[in-house]
Design a protein around this ligand. Structure first.
Ligand SMILES: [Zn+2]
Length: 279
């Protein structure tokens, strides 16, 4: 099992490209830099929020000043090359619920009432921009170039353990006739295996759900979990080909200049956002 996984893992792409547009920087997977698709994962630079939220905080609930977050999202949209009005944001619940959305859902969570609780979104409608927000949690980008459909998920440790990536691939199959072998998948910046310390019991739950290699022992009673590897394993289980998987390999915890980190900043921090859209 370990050996066969290692052979598959050797075929994953690693790394990212970093590009700035209109003062807003985005991490992107090279494999998704394709005609007909836009995607990216923001950094904390280029916004108007202050103090621990400085500066591009994209989480409505984390600071008192909604006007600042609104201005940050306007800048995010400009940098992403999308219309502010076309965005729809997940309504995080740290679960594995994935919703199909379309142009009728534009603006939900941005002034219009939010979607029902969900951590993943799928669509085949080029009029809508899927948005998720993150501060150590994984961002899963899915693109089916054959059926022209996309998916975007917020995968915290709970969503990772509940295999939201597997759920998202299944939903794309049912909704759009997606063949998982066609999906191009990427996992965005998140807390890395060196920094993600958990209670040993939780580490064991990850080892049982995925494979022993995702958990390594730490201090007494503690363990370290490899969330990107857990992401890749669920992508493989969904039928995604190893050569269609990219892990961006950027650690949110270790890079305070670029990223908010819930763990590092002890909860008093902002969020980055990820987006994907057909175009
Ligand atoms: Zn790290």
């Amino acid at each position: 099992m370990q050996n066969s996984y290692d052979a598959l893992a050797a075929r994953f792409a690693h790394g990212f490209v970093y590009e700035k547009n209109q003062g807003i920087g985005f991490y992107k997977a090279c494999s998704l830099e394709l005609p007909g698709l836009r995607h990216g994962f923001s950094t904390r630079e280029g916004g108007v929020s202050k103090g621990p939220y400085a500066s591009l905080n994209l989480h409505w609930q984390k600071e008192g000043c909604a006007a600042d977050v609104l201005e940050n999202y306007r800048r995010f949209a400009r940098g992403a090359g999308v219309a502010y009005e076309d965005m729809v944001i997940v309504n995080h619940a740290h679960g594995n619920n994935v919703l199909q959305v379309s142009r009728e859902d534009r603006g939900k969570g941005f002034g219009l009432p939010p979607l029902p609780f969900c951590d993943g979104l799928i669509t085949n409608d080029p009029a809508v921009v899927l948005v998720t927000s993150h501060a150590d949690c994984g961002a899963f980008f899915f693109y089916d170039p054959r059926k022209r459909a996309v998916g975007m998920a917020h995968a915290g440790w709970k969503g990772t353990l509940m295999q939201i990536g597997l759920v998202m691939a299944e939903k794309m199959q049912r909704a759009f006739g997606t063949n998982p072998g066609d999906i191009l998948a990427a996992a965005g910046p998140c807390i890395c295996p060196k920094c993600f310390e958990v209670d040993a019991e939780l580490g064991e739950a990850f080892a049982n759900a995925f494979e022993p290699g995702v958990c390594r022992p730490g201090k007494p009673g503690k363990a370290y979990v490899d969330l990107p590897q857990c992401a890749a394993i669920q992508f493989l289980r969904a039928g995604i080909l190893p050569e269609h998987i990219t892990l961006m390999d950027a650690c949110t915890f270790e890079n305070p200049a670029m990223f908010f980190s819930h763990r590092r900043d002890k909860g008093v921090t902002g969020s980055m956002a990820a987006f994907i859209r057909l175009c």
